[in-house]
Write a protein of this length. Structure first.
Length: 272
C-alpha cells in the first residue's frame, strides 16, 4: 500500500480524452495543420458548451517506484464553481473529499480526521506532494472536452508528427504544446520545464449520453518523477442546470483538525 500522493497525481488532472477506431489517414491540402486546428476549435462548439454542470464517474490506477494502487472517484459540480471530487477505496469505503470554490480548496481526509485548506488549489495540492498541473475547474474542462478554458485560440507554430500535429503554444500559456490527430482530437498535452509532465488521451469513443463529439475514455498522466497514473472514464453526464448548493457542500465533522497548507510544516495523509 502507498500514499495517495502517488494515486492522485492523476488529477493533473486533471480530471479525460483520446482516439479509438481505425487509423486516420493524413489529410492532403496546402495547410493541413491549420485544418486540424480548426477542427479542434469546432469541437469546442459542441453541445457540451451549453452545460452548466456535470458529473464524471471514473476509476484510477497508478504505479510509482514499484508501488501501485487503485481508487474510484466521482467528480461533479458547476462549471463556474463549486466543484467536488469524492474518492473511495476499491472496497467502497471513503478515502478523501475535495472541494473547490471561489474561496479556495478544501481536502477532508476522514482516515486521520484532518481537513486541509489553501486559497490556491494547485498550490495546496502541491503541498501534499501531488504534481497536479490543473486546478479542479481546469480539470473539469478537460473531463468534458472544453479545452478552450485554458488553451488559446491561436498557436505559435506547428510540426507534423506520425499521429497528427504538435502545436507549440505562446509563452503566456502554462502548456508548452498540444498534439492533435488529423481530425483535430487532442491526443497529448505537454507542460513546461526540462522534464515536463505529459498527458495522453486515449480510447476515444462516441458519447451517446451527451450527444457530444467522441471523448477519450482513458487518460494517462506521466509526472516528472516518473509516476504514471491512468484514469478510466466510466460515465460522463452533462447538466443544463447547476447543481443545488446543498449538493456541493463539504461538511466537516466536529472534532476535525483544520489545517491551512499556506503555513509551513510537515503534512501527513492516510495510506490507501
Amino acid at each position: 500500500m502507498t500514499t495517495i500522493r502517488h494515486a492522485m497525481a492523476f488529477l493533473a488532472a486533471v480530471l479525460l480524452l483520446s482516439g479509438c477506431a481505425a487509423k486516420t489517414i493524413a489529410p492532403t491540402g496546402p495547410d493541413q495543420a491549420r485544418t486540424a486546428w480548426e477542427a479542434f476549435l469546432s469541437r469546442e462548439k459542441s453541445p457540451n458548451t451549453a452545460w452548466k454542470a456535470f458529473r464524471v464517474d471514473a476509476s484510477l490506477s497508478y504505479a510509482a517506484q514499484q508501488r501501485s494502487g487503485r481508487l474510484n472517484l466521482s467528480f461533479y459540480g458547476n462549471l463556474d464553481l463549486p466543484l467536488r471530487v469524492d474518492f473511495t477505496l476499491p472496497m467502497g469505503g471513503p478515502y478523501a473529499f475535495w472541494r473547490e470554490d471561489g474561496g479556495g480548496w478544501t481536502a477532508y481526509y476522514p482516515g486521520n480526521q484532518t481537513a486541509f485548506t489553501h486559497e490556491n488549489t494547485r498550490e495546496g495540492i502541491s503541498r501534499l506532494g501531488l504534481p497536479l498541473p490543473f486546478d479542479l475547474r481546469e480539470l473539469a474542462a478537460v473531463a468534458i472536452g472544453r479545452f478552450g478554458e485554458f488553451i488559446p485560440t491561436a498557436y505559435a507554430s506547428a510540426k507534423k508528427r506520425p499521429q497528427g500535429y504538435e502545436y507549440a503554444l505562446g509563452s503566456d500559456s502554462r502548456l508548452a504544446s498540444i498534439t492533435l490527430d488529423f481530425e483535430g482530437k487532442p491526443i497529448h498535452l505537454t507542460g513546461r520545464g526540462i522534464e515536463p509532465w505529459r498527458v495522453a488521451f486515449e480510447d476515444y469513443q462516441p458519447a451517446p449520453e451527451t450527444n457530444a463529439p467522441a471523448q477519450a475514455r482513458r487518460i494517462v498522466l506521466t509526472t516528472p518523477g516518473g509516476t504514471e497514473v491512468k484514469l478510466r472514464i466510466k460515465k460522463v453526464e452533462g447538466l443544463a442546470q447547476p447543481w443545488p448548493e446543498s449538493a456541493l457542500v463539504l461538511p466537516i465533522p466536529p472534532g476535525t483538525a483544520v489545517r491551512s497548507l499556506e503555513a509551513n510544516g510537515p503534512v501527513a495523509i492516510p495510506d490507501i
